[in-house]
Design a protein around this ligand. Structure first.
Ligand code: FS2
Ligand code: SF4
Length: 567
């Protein structure tokens, strides 16, 4: 296996024996083959100029496949075997459509009508299809064998490999966001069409590095479109996030912990637990659900339990009740006691844990989880108090006068966008120390699970504005971009980079990649990315990012604060 898609890639270069995330070799290989298969699907659609609007199932399954391969979303070999099988069948059906198209355009229909023997040529030949669009496997063993030759390292040139992977990882993040929007009934065919264009391009050996760089930026453009779509889906369904105090203590009732990012799943769980005596708590990235008005009507929606994803092993132990994963980030459970309480749904999965599928109408039956919760102890309290959040675009716009006046009066000198991910590496303590040491006249704008590094520190407020403004989940980085664009407008600036905003972003998995590409597309420069730069950036690709966008890594807390404040 070889995987270097996340920040925890072994030795900073890539996992080769087993993933630091816990992914085993077989899962890694099956993921490689799944990605290869959907690249084949994409090539058929692009070369055949097929209209994506006609292929809903393919669109949804391609995005589901991308999402399943995101870091620590799914560890279940069987789920991958099933998905590869499904994608090969869908791919072959699409190739059949090419045959029909080809037959039509080459007059095959008339030839057949007049009894001619020669049928239209094989579409694989006519369209010069890649092996990804035609290969066949008939067993798991065959899949694993095939996978060995189609992984990341199959691209020999390290710069081309780097750009292909950068695009693919951006698409994985995009697919996750699109999937959440779809679960709320929103989708855009342009987003699918772009994903096919980009995936097919990663099979095309004739593209130049410049063309791949342009495609990388275009991925950012569609990243913005996808985050906007998800924002629209979330806010039309659940209202605009508003300032909210979230309880971090517990009550004395049996309870379910819900993790991941999918608000539609959370809504169904809240509906089904209502009046049952079972409480619901959020974990990690589900915390921002509390900021939405629509979820406030559930009096069993008690609060947030614990911290970012990587602390789950100990926190799930003390939670005592069942846990529902709606997406990543799953840490392989060490104890049977925890494993037996884990349920997955959507793109997430873990071998031996119950996976809950939606029915035809999208409804999920969570009764098994509720039943289990009733038989278990209530959560053990690990902390008490409240945290504040809900500073997404509309809430911040409502406070615009106060914020603008604070900037004009000099009460706020600088904003620091510290969105992104948290992770288990010790080096991430940098972000806690950075937040603690920032001057008192600065405000942190955050989104994603990165916030857990400083959202429980007492950093005070500036004229009533908290010094940590949490917009929400990682996709709500879109809100931070809208806020920056609004400030640019209010201050009458031509360039978003002239604002007193610095970007010190932490990344872990591929959703952070699409957030980064989206910010680059919006013209944001001088983003600092840590705790380490991606292993998948070759020296030359890193050089392009440094020279074109001023991307940089992180240094020491003191030197970085000096650098940022001096700008
Ligand atoms: Fe955090 Fe994990 Fe949010 Fe990432 S909970 S690292 O999935 O997307 O961010
Ligand atoms: Fe390694 Fe990250 Fe890939 Fe897991 S996702 S195998 S930790 S690089």
């Amino acid at each position: 296996m070889f995987c270097y898609q996340c920040q925890e890639a072994a030795k900073g270069t890539g996992c080769e024996i087993k993933g630091v995330c816990g992914k085993n070799e077989q899962v890694a290989k099956l993921q490689d083959l799944l990605i290869y298969t959907i690249k084949g699907v994409s090539e058929i659609i692009v070369k055949g100029k097929l209209d994506v609007k006609e292929f809903s199932e393919v669109n949804h399954e391609v995005f589901n496949s991308l999402f399943m391969t995101i870091t620590n979303a799914n560890f279940d070999e069987d789920a991958f075997v099933k998905e590869i099988t499904k994608m090969i069948a869908l791919r072959d059906e699409l190739r059949g459509k090419l045959f029909v198209e080809n037959a039509k355009s080459s007059g095959g229909f008339f030839r057949r009508l007049f009894g001619a023997k020669n049928e239209a040529a094989d579409p694989a030949e006519v369209y010069n299809l890649h092996d990804a669009a035609t290969f066949q496997v008939d067993s798991k063993a065959a899949m694993l064998q095939k996978a060995a030759s189609v992984g990341v390292l199959a691209t020999e040139n390290e710069d081309v490999r780097s750009l292909r992977e950068l695009i693919t990882y951006g698409l994985k993040g995009m697919a996750a966001y699109a999937h959440h929007a779809l679960n709320l009934g929103k989708e855009k065919s342009e987003i699918y069409a772009f994903a096919y264009e980009a995936l097919a391009a990663t099979l095309n050996d004739s593209l130049t590095a410049e063309e791949l760089v342009a495609l990388t930026l275009k991925t950012g453009e569609f990243g913005v479109a996808t985050m906007a779509l998800l924002d629209e889906a979330n806010t039309t369904k659940y209202g605009n996030p508003e300032i909210t105090e979230v309880n971090i203590g517990v009550r004395n009732n049996p309870a379910i912990l819900v993790s991941g990012h999918d608000l539609a799943d959370l809504e169904q769980l809240l509906e089904q637990t209502r009046g049952t005596g079972v409480d619901v708590y959020t974990h990690s990235e589900m915390l921002p659900a509390h900021y939405y008005p629509a979820f406030k009507k559930y009096d069993n929606f008690v609060g947030n339990y614990g911290n970012a994803w990587w602390k789950q092993l100990e926190e799930f132990e003390s939670f005592n009740g069942p846990i529902l994963f709606t997406t990543n980030c799953i840490v392989p459970p060490k104890s049977e006691s925890v494993k037996s309480r884990i349920f997955t749904t959507g793109a997430s999965g873990y071998p031996g844990c119950t996976h809950i599928e939606a029915d035809q109408s999208g409804k999920k039956d969570f009764s098994k989880i509720i039943q289990l919760a009733k038989s278990l102890k209530s959560p053990t309290e690990i902390e008490t108090g409240k945290i504040v959040g809900g500073f997404a675009h509309e809430q911040v716009f409502a406070l615009a006068d106060t914020v603008v006046n604070a900037v004009k009066s000099g009460a706020i000198k600088k904003f620091f966008v510290m969105a992104g991910c948290d992770g288990r590496m010790k080096s991430r303590d940098y972000y806690t120390e950075f937040a603690e040491k920032l001057p008192n006249d600065t405000v942190i704008l955050t989104a994603g699970c990165a916030k857990y590094k400083y959202n429980k520190l007492d950093l005070g407020n500036i004229g009533g504005i908290p010094r940590v403004l949490d917009a929400g989940q990682c996709n709500d980085s879109y809100s931070l971009a809208l806020i920056a664009l609004k400030l640019k407008e209010v201050f009458g600036l031509d360039d978003v980079n002239d604002l007193p905003i610095a970007y010190n972003i932490a990344w872990y998995e591929q959703k952070a990649v699409i957030v980064l590409l989206a910010l680059l597309y919006l013209g944001v420069k001088n983003i600092h990315l840590g705790p380490t730069l991606p292993a998948f950036l070759s020296p030359n690709v890193a050089k392009v990012l440094v020279e074109t966008f001023g991307i940089a890594g992180i240094g020491t807390v003191d030197s970085d604060i000096e650098l940022f404040m001096g700008k």
